[in-house]
Design a protein around this ligand. Structure first.
Ligand code: GCO
Length: 405
């Protein structure tokens, strides 16, 4: 049996673009069309249905919810800020508050306004200043309603997928472009951190808690030979901790937001840097059960990562952890196994303050479209009908009692 503290935050995470619908002023929207990808369209229509969705959240015993603000809605054209959209997000936060649910708010979750990308996006020398201007407007408008801020979601995934691997807009395939964006994101976080704290202080509000949500996978050498072990160390540093180290050195983390999904099984056939950084075992040496996107299900990894995070001496909030599957019993297996590993880490003295499952609703999984089903709640994309899954009801039992049998 595991007993979680009574102030533990229980909930689910989401992002605006993936659930709201009609975010037609974003770079992703234009890219989906241009690249011939599945289109996000109405997504889950959460923009209109948020009150109803938050009733479900409350029914599931959650006391926290992670959401993101869509920059392109707030600033549809450069320098023009929309009062209507600021009021919308204030109403979203009020809807959470009136249900006793603590918001965790992300300022940047992969998408950018179209005008921003057209000017060069995160490669432009003006990017950081433009991002901070948007943050300033949002923080001043919403500060009174938010304690937890996530400045940037998964910076390492963002700059690698969008500027190095060529998978996401603007489909860059250059190490140097990725490095430029890496530096800009680090500076954007560091300056946004100070900005948030300054605004709270000047407004006489109590100190907020600010972090990023960092995607960290467990890095496991397949055969423990020298090359695999060296590659695993390199990868663990570069994919997982390098960005965190920079912003931790700048003392701009109040807690750690951890997104954990899977393991990376390192099996490298040459010393070539591309292989060292990316090649994984393709021979099925240590097969595990997988989610519907083929990612290994590896609950002990969340324990391993939490132990590694100890070196920062900060509390950790699980800002994402979840599974896409068409078999909901697999979801509860995944959830309970990961919660047990989190319990083990807590027994080792690691402070974990909350668990936010990815995701509340089935939603738009970026370049993979609507196929993968991550939700605690099923969405029928024809009728937008929501159906609570059995795994969500089981999790609700844990949220309400703090006890996992
Ligand atoms: C990410 C994002 C989410 C994803 C989720 C499942 O981690 O990529 O934060 O937007 O949908 O992780 O892949």
């Amino acid at each position: 049996m595991i007993k979680f503290l009574s102030d533990f935050l229980w909930g689910a995470a989401s992002s605006s673009y993936q659930v709201e619908g009609d975010n037609d002023l974003c770079d992703w929207w234009a890219w989906e069309k241009a690249a011939g990808k599945e289109q996000s369209g109405k997504a889950c229509r959460h923009y209109e249905l948020f009150e109803q969705d938050f009733d479900l959240v409350r029914g599931l015993g959650h006391n926290a919810h992670r959401l993101s603000i869509e920059w392109a809605r707030i600033e549809p054209e450069e320098g023009r800020f929309s009062d209507k959209e600021l009021r919308h997000y204030a109403a979203v936060l009020q809807a959470l508050k009136s249900r006793g649910i603590e918001p965790v708010v992300t300022l940047h979750h992969f998408t950018n306004p179209l005008w921003f990308s057209r000017q060069g996006g995160w490669e432009s020398p003006r990017a950081v200043a433009q991002f901070l201007r948007y943050c300033d407007v949002v923080i001043r408008a919403l500060a009174g309603q938010v304690h937890y801020w996530i400045t940037i979601n998964e910076p390492t995934i963002y700059f690698s997928h969008s500027y190095f691997l060529g998978a996401w807009p603007p489909q860059g395939r250059s190490f140097f472009r990725a490095l430029t964006v890496h530096d800009r994101l680090a500076r954007a976080h560091i300056e946004a951190y100070s900005l948030i704290h300054r605004i709270y202080k000047d407004s006489g509000l109590s100190r907020p808690a600010v972090s990023i949500a960092q995607h960290i996978s467990a890095v496991v050498p397949c055969r423990p030979d020298f090359r695999n072990k060296a590659a695993a160390r390199l990868r663990d540093y570069w994919h997982n901790f390098e960005f965190m180290d920079i912003i931790a050195r700048a003392k701009t983390l109040d807690f750690i937001g951890l997104n954990y999904y899977s393991r990376n099984l390192v099996d490298v056939s040459s010393w070539w840097p591309g292989n060292l950084l990316m090649e994984t075992c393709s021979k099925g040496h240590h097969p595990l059960k997988k989610n519907s996107l083929g990612w290994d299900i590896y609950p002990e990894g969340i324990y391993q990562v939490l132990v590694k995070l100890k070196r920062y001496g900060l509390p950790v909030m699980i800002t994402e952890n979840g599974i896409c599957t068409n078999d909901d019993s697999q979801r509860w297996e995944f959830l309970s196994a990961h919660l047990r590993q989190i319990g083990l880490a807590m027994e080792q003295g690691i402070t974990v303050t909350g668990y936010l499952y990815w995701s509340l609703l089935d939603n738009f999984e970026w370049d993979k479209g609507f196929g993968p089903r991550f939700g605690l709640i099923d969405v029928d994309y024809r009728t937008f009908q929501r159906t609570v899954r059995p795994s969500a009801v089981k999790l609700a039992g844990v949220c309400k009692t703090g006890i996992l049998e």
